[in-house]
Design a protein around this ligand. Structure first.
Ligand code: NAD
Ligand code: UGA
Length: 454
């Protein structure tokens, strides 16, 4: 078993450390955020991530996990993972301040023959920078390996333990073999390449997934004009193994801590190096438009103007099963509606009110769906939480000022919303956008064999 260290214990670092401990390694976890570390040391995770708490508790009690808020004088670990944040700068480039700080703190404390593994998503060429920094401050030979992470928030533990692939990039084959050995119990295919290629695989993967979503959102807009049902279109496309059914859900557009910054960073890198990244720019533009199209849909649904209308947004997180609100489409939508004079309330089952207020100061935070529904002119589903999918909206029908339900994630059962007494609006499915009085299945909902028709 190997002695590891993980620098930066957020969504990636916390999960990686806990999973490596579960695989039998000893992991020293260092984060400069003392508040996060204090919560880990109580045996809980400071982030909402299904399945993570039991691993933290077990790792602490069997002594394989140790959490620290400052760097010890020397690092005993043989392999050190960097998993610090790399947010986008104003211009779109990834801001490497935290990576530089982490590498400089680590390099001078490492023992000879250690390996620095970069798990943060970093611009192509950062591996060279890390190698240069490590060479300058370390006494012995330190190798650098790029090991981009592909986990998703909300299913991070499952994704880490069942990776589709492990990508490693280095000039040092021996170092790659030592890192590959850590993943051997997971049985995933390992791709070994040079550092720059590994760094590029990460950006290209995120950009491709974002492209799929923007593609289906553009198709949704066309479906809306031409009377087709985008959900069935996506299902029909997805059955073609060359296309695949994942990441073809039309809705509010992509958000989160990574797609927005990573697509912009790749486009920025391309432009700075003389390439014209026109597809990436369109992918971003379609995504921005998707928020505006949704505002337009809500405006129309509440009678043509938003000023003075009360809107309840269901969900603040950027997707279900996470408390992360970085670049959340739900909050962007809330802010756009508030900008047009709407009185906006938000309810989220997990995200604390103070964090919502921090990102969207002009919105109210509703403690429950019932509280937020009082006097509302529209309920807008913006995050696909199961709690909303399973909620009986007939219980709030009498509380609202007008019975309008906008399903901006296309994930509700349209019939049950209409049965609850609401007019139903969604994305790219014009035949389902019917009033509460029309509860018979419309043509888009005919349940033929094998059809989902929700
Ligand atoms: P995060 O903000 O949740 O966590 C980063 C942590 O690093 C913070 O707790 C911060 O305090 C700590 N930190 C910053 N500088 C430090 C330093 N010098 N020393 C010690 N700790 C330091 O970020 P995240 O979401 O976990 O993302 C980390 C990286 O992984 C990013 O590059 C991101 O693009 C990439 N990534 C994220 C995900 C995801 O789902 N969030 C998935 C794959 C890759
Ligand atoms: C994404 C990638 O899926 C991970 O592989 C990657 O490691 C990670 O980014 C990262 O680099 O941080 P994540 O952001 O956690 O993971 O969440 P996703 O499930 O990919 O969703 C991203 C956004 O796209 C969300 O806003 C989601 O609601 C939206 N989405 C997703 C759609 O609008 N339609 C879809 O069909 C799928």
């Amino acid at each position: 078993m190997t002695h590891l260290a993980v620098i930066g214990c957020g969504y990636v670092g916390g999960v990686s450390a806990a999973c490596f401990a579960e695989l039998g390694h000893t992991v020293d976890c260092i984060d400069v955020d003392a508040e996060r570390i204090a919560i880990y040391n109580t045996g809980r995770s400071p982030i909402f991530e299904p399945g993570l708490d039991p691993l933290i508790e077990r790792g602490l009690s069997n002594g394989r996990l140790r959490f620290m808020s400052s760097y010890p004088d020397a690092l005993d670990a043989e392999i050190v993972f960097i998993a610090v944040n790399t947010p986008g700068s104003h211009e779109g480039a990834a801001d490497l301040r935290w990576v530089r700080d982490a590498v400089s703190s680590v390099s001078s404390r490492l023992r000879p023959n250690s390996i620095i593994v970069n798990k943060s998503t970093v611009p192509i060429g950062t591996g060279d920078l890390v190698e240069g920094m490590a060479r300058r401050s370390g006494d012995g030979v330190i190798s650098v390996v790029s090991n981009p992470e592909f986990l998703r928030e909300g299913s991070a533990v499952k994704d880490f333990m069942n990776p589709d692939r492990v990508v490693l990039g280095s000039n040092d084959t021996c170092a790659m073999e030592r890192v590959a050995a850590l993943y051997a119990p997971l049985g995933a295919q390992v791709q070994c390449v040079d550092i720059r290629t590994a760094e590029m695989i990460k950006y290209a993967s995120n950009a491709f997934l974002a492209t799929k979503i923007s593609f289906i959102n553009e198709i949704a807009a066309i479906c809306e004009s031409l009377g087709a049902d985008v959900k069935e279109v996506a299902r029909g496309m997805g059955m073609d193994a060359r296309i695949g059914g994942q990441f073809l859900s039309a809705g509010l557009g992509w958000g989160g801590s990574c797609f927005p910054k990573d697509v912009r960073a790749l486009a920025h890198m391309a432009a700075v190096h003389g390439t014209h990244p026109q597809l990436l720019r369109s992918v971003i533009e379609i995504n921005n438009d998707q928020r505006l199209r949704t505002v337009q849909k809500i405006r129309t649904a509440v009678g043509g103007q938003l000023d003075g209308r009360r809107i309840l947004i269901l969900g603040a997180a950027f997707k279900a099963d996470t408390d992360d609100i970085r670049n959340s489409p739900a909050l962007e939508l809330a802010n756009l509606l508030a900008f047009e004079g709407a009185e906006v309330a938000i309810h989220d089952p997990v995200v604390p009110a103070a964090r919502i207020k921090d990102q969207a100061p002009q919105v109210q935070v509703a403690a429950s769906i019932e509280d937020g529904a009082i006097g509302a002119h529209a309920l807008v589903l913006a995050t696909d939480w199961t709690q909303f999918l399973e909620f009986d909206f007939s219980t709030v029908r009498a509380l609202v000022a007008s019975p309008v339900f906008v399903d901006a994630r296309n994930c509700m059962d349209s019939k049950s919303v209409r049965r609850a007494g609401f007019d139903y609006f969604c994305i790219g499915r014009p035949s389902l956008q019917l009033s509460a009085s029309t509860i018979d299945p419309g043509p888009g909902e005919l349940v033929l064999s094998g059809s989902v028709g929700s």
